[in-house]
Design a protein around this ligand. Structure first.
Ligand SMILES: Nc1ncnc2c1ncn2[C@@H]1O[C@H](COP(=O)(O)OP(=O)(O)OP(=O)(O)O)[C@@H](O)[C@H]1O
Length: 640
């Protein structure tokens, strides 16, 4: 089929799903369609301005960049026009028929029959162009890419059901007109004052003029009629370049929604004019909810880079460290060259200074929330932590220069609160440390219950010593960088010998010495039975209830980390654990006098310890058989 003929094409399956979801979820907030389409128009103009830096001919004698909104009560249409970069035929097919965001499939898979949940999800996703279908049952897009001849214009049309059509048209002016054919019952939008009010509410801060035809008094009909003169409806200057004092919170919030397409308000923001060696404006936001693709570390950052008010690029990842990839906003540099590329950004000293400065600002913003006496701000920090805490933890390893500051912002579950809620800081912990205690104790485990019930916790429970409970995937990695805080070492309760004796009283110390001699022979025998499975066997003061537990040597990887690495398919060096035995446990005591079944008991105690710390047995069937034999013995029935 010739390209000039009208072609019908199907939407990508994800688009169909998104459209359905969106129309249902956003029905109560319909007017945002205009903000979304104006944002796209403003992006298209930004892109033109940037490409025209190199190719001035793209301006095509039409250098006055602007957005125009018009409407027709007769045809029941609203049209959003821009003289931006426009779209070629292929671009229209690619951009208006598919969703390019990575992770969309996973996002859509999370949809459920619960409308409330879906509403929240769509907020995180951002709806963009497709939001036009909330109020329109047909959308016509006419566009021509800057630089292409007039004969290369395109018309794209769809009712938002399953497919769209594209055809070539003649179009003299570059840029895009998006015409919404309103659904039945949406005629409210077809007045000058309503559209103006929506533009002022949502798009006042857009740095380009948004124009509409002025209304004039018509003497003949004695009504207001659309005239012929254009007026600019918004303030049309860059919000981030204005003085803080002149910007309302509402304007900050709307600007956030404009740049992110997020339907929620931001959690917090920081706006600064930085002067000195490098000069730049920054307006940085923390969202209220994590985006659906937060875990994709390859996801580009959320910072728009401008140079002297000219948009340069989206997602300038060099401007923010990866662990702050949830931060959205604008950085406008006065020093970078206008023709800056991603490659130049990587090497630029200015960029390095901007990144460092911005990182500091974000950390300060978080500290202000975390340390505030105002309960509402503290609550915001809790929200932040629940959404982004795990990502912030990456910073402990990624940003050595700010490690101490980040560590101060961390929140953990703790035995002090006896709950899995992560709300205890390292400073809280230190303030509660016992006089004789020199280390900050923590446990890592697969989940909260496993951690809480681990044999490693017994001595700490007995002594009333607080233990932080770490169960996030990133924790083991983070801990390899966070070995000390405020001159206190962090120590795993499952690793090393922990100076536990320092915490014991005189009586316990004496008892321990006696136990060491008492169990000397038993331990030697156990070592012979277990052979290469263990590094050592020793008497412990760690246990009160369990007979045995496994400990990783101080310098080895923890058992939990070894398991995680294995689960991720990585090769783990063979690090043998230390078996610790509880001298007060009846089974361990009876071992001293056991002869015939000594090997079986030893193997059983070792396997139990593996299971208790969440490990997998090398030969589970042998364990079950052994245990059953011993159970049979204990009930007086002979095993084979
Ligand atoms: N007015 C326009 N001029 C030129 N291209 C446009 C215009 N509107 C949309 N597009 C193109 O269509 C693409 C898809 O738009 P859409 O709003 O769905 O998503 P987006 O803007 O890329 O993402 P998000 O909405 O999350 O910011 C845009 O990235 C852009 O390439």
């Amino acid at each position: 089929m010739a390209e000039s003929e009208k072609q019908t094409m199907g939407f990508q399956a994800e688009v169909k799903q998104l459209l359905q979801l969106m129309i249902h979820s956003l029905y109560s907030n319909k007017e945002i369609f205009l903000r979304e389409l104006i944002s796209n128009a403003s992006d298209a103009i930004d892109r033109l301005r940037y490409e025209a830096l190199d190719k001035p001919e793209l301006q095509e004698h039409d250098p006055d960049l602007k957005i125009r909104i018009s409407f027709s009560p007769e045809n029941r249409t609203i049209t959003i026009s821009d003289n931006g970069i426009g779209m070629s035929r292929d671009e229209a097919i690619a951009h208006l028929g598919t969703i390019a965001k990575s992770g969309t499939k996973e996002f859509l898979a999370r949809l459920s029959s619960d409308q409330k949940k879906n509403d929240a999800l769509i907020g995180q996703f951002g709806v963009g162009f497709y939001s036009g279908f909330i109020v329109a049952d047909k959308i016509t897009v006419e566009s021509r890419r800057a630089g292409l001849p007039a004969s290369e214009g395109i018309r794209w049309e769809s009712t938002g059901e399953g497919d769209f059509t594209v055809e070539k048209i003649d179009r003299a002016q570059r840029g895009t007109d998006i015409t919404l054919h309103l659904r039945e019952g949406e005629d409210d939008f077809l007045t000058n004052w309503r559209l103006k009010a929506i533009i002022r509410k949502y798009s006042d801060h857009v740095s380009l003029p948004i124009q509409m035809l002025k209304e004039e008094w018509d003497n003949e009909s004695k009504t207001m009629k659309t005239g012929t003169e254009l007026e600019t409806v918004n303030q049309a200057n860059a919000l981030w370049a204005r003085n803080k004092a002149d910007i309302t919170d509402e304007q900050y919030r709307e600007f956030y929604k404009h740049i992110t397409h997020d339907l929620n308000d931001p959690l917090s923001w920081t706006h600064n004019k930085v002067e000195g060696r490098t000069e730049y404006n920054q307006l940085l936001y923390i969202p209220k909810e994590a985006p659906f693709d937060l875990w994709d570390r390859n996801k580009r950052g959320g910072i728009k880079l401008y140079v002297k008010r000219v948009f340069i690029m989206d997602d300038a990842e060099q401007l923010m460290p990866v662990y702050l990839r949830f931060v959205r906003g604008v950085i406008d540099s006065n020093d970078l060259p206008l023709n800056v590329s991603r490659e130049i950004l990587q090497e630029s000293r200015d960029v390095k200074m901007i990144r460092e400065g911005s990182t500091r600002r974000v950390l300060t913003m978080l500290e202000e929330l975390a340390q505030s006496d105002d309960p509402a701000k503290k609550e915001l920090y809790t929200t932040f932590w629940n959404q982004f805490g795990q990502v912030l933890k990456e910073g402990v390893g990624e940003d050595p220069g700010n490690k101490e500051r980040i560590a101060k912002l961390l929140r953990f579950a703790s035995t002090h609160n006896d709950s899995d809620v992560q709300n205890v800081s390292l400073d809280d912990y230190i303030s509660r440390m016992k006089d004789s205690q020199v280390r900050i104790f923590y446990i890592t485990a697969e989940n909260y219950t496993a951690a809480k019930n681990s044999p490693h916790m017994e001595i700490f429970r007995k002594k009333g010593i607080e233990v932080l409970i770490l169960t996030d995937r990133v924790d083991e990695w983070m801990l390899s960088f966070l070995t000390e805080y405020n001159e206190k070492n962090l120590a795993s309760v499952a690793q090393g010998d922990l100076d536990l004796l320092k915490l014991a009283d005189e009586e316990e110390k004496k008892q321990n010495e006696e136990n060491q001699t008492d169990f000397k022979d038993t331990i030697e025998k156990m070592k012979t039975v277990l052979g290469k499975k263990v590094k050592d066997v020793r008497v412990t003061v760690r246990l009160t209830d369990s007979p045995t537990c496994l400990i990783a040597d101080e310098k080895d990887l923890s058992g939990n980390l070894q398991r995680m690495l294995k689960a991720a398919g990585q090769k783990v060096p063979n690090m043998k654990p230390i078996l610790e035995i509880n001298p007060n446990h009846p089974i361990v005591q009876s071992l001293k006098y056991e002869d015939k079944h000594f090997d079986d008991w030893t193997n059983l105690l070792f396997d139990q310890a593996v299971l208790a710390e969440g490990g997998a047995l090398a030969d589970p069937a042998a364990f079950v058989k052994l245990m059953n034999n011993m159970l049979l013995d204990s009930v007086g029935k002979k095993s084979d």
